[in-house]
Design a protein around this ligand. Structure first.
Ligand SMILES: Cc1cc2nc3c(=O)[nH]c(=O)nc-3n(C[C@H](O)[C@H](O)[C@H](O)COP(=O)(O)OP(=O)(O)OC[C@H]3O[C@@H](n4cnc5c(N)ncnc54)[C@H](O)[C@@H]3O)c2cc1C
Length: 223
């Protein structure tokens, strides 16, 4: 399959126009697979979408949109068996793995979205506490190694969600706690600029009051 990468086999869609007037096969049950099906459907000649499970990790609404579109959705148990082509992908054979039913049809593009391999690399040897390929952190994003903080998809804790929004929040928690670790005088929670503005207003009001007190005309002297 590697030889066909760049010759009709895709893992990402960068240009929708690459799929114009092509017979496309999309493989996978996640958000990207369903997003890609809907992305190419308006321009492609035909789209067949296969998935081997009877559940989808994609958003319900994305699955609904694909079901209601011209995409032919074949689920469950459909997998790619063989891809044929000389210079470019020309034909694919898919198989229903329980019944053994096969279907062969022409394709000029196949989009695979069947997951990503995560690899901790050299970090694995640092002595960090690892749980299911992820770094364990506490609510301050501290790892078991003092001074080492972590955030994002690489971390795990009870209730962890691998989302962009949670990752961004975790980075703020990690950075603020790391700053406090380096400089204990620094506040972990810096507050909000609105609160600080109120403080500035009060400070200046005190200063003005003190200055006005000094400028008070001297009390009249007794005759
Ligand atoms: C297909 C798919 C669809 C998704 N859709 C959504 C969605 O719709 N909404 C949503 O909120 N989330 C979605 N997510 C999840 C979201 O992408 C992640 O939660 C988010 O990207 C995590 O950010 P991160 O910075 O922790 O990790 P990443 O975005 O994975 O960034 C890690 C970076 O570190 C680099 N890196 C890795 N190893 C090393 C190394 N040794 N040295 C230097 N750099 C290294 C990587 O190349 C990468 O650039 C999706 C994820 C996938 C896979």
């Amino acid at each position: 399959m590697i030889e066909l990468e760049g010759a009709g086999v895709y893992y990402f869609i960068r240009k929708v126009s690459d799929f114009k007037d092509k017979d496309v096969l999309v493989v996978g049950g996640g958000d990207s697979a369903f997003d890609y099906s809907m992305l190419v459907e308006p321009v492609a000649k035909s789209v067949v979408h296969i998935h081997r499970n009877d559940f989808f990790s994609a958003h319900e609404d994305s699955v609904r949109k694909v079901r209601e579109s011209s995409v032919e959705l074949l689920v469950p148990f459909w997998e790619v068996q063989e891809i044929k082509g000389e210079e470019w992908v020309e034909e694919v054979t898919i198989v229903e793995t329980r019944s053994g039913e096969e279907r062969t049809f022409p394709v000029q593009a196949i989009v695979f979205n069947i997951g990503f391999l995560t690899n901790l690399g050299p970090i694995e040897d640092w002595g960090l506490e690892i749980d299911k390929n992820s770094i364990k952190v506490d609510s301050r994003m501290r790892t078991n190694i003092e001074g080492v903080f972590a955030a994002g998809d690489i971390v795990t804790y009870d209730g962890k969600l691998k989302l962009i929004s949670t990752g961004c929040g975790e980075v703020a928690v990690a950075v603020n706690n790391a700053k406090n670790y380096i400089d204990p005088k620094a506040k972990v929670s810096p507050g909000h600029s609105t609160d600080r503005h109120d403080m500035v207003q009060r400070k200046w009001a005190r200063r003005e009051k003190a200055a006005a007190g000094k400028e008070k005309p001297d009390a009249p002297k007794p005759e």
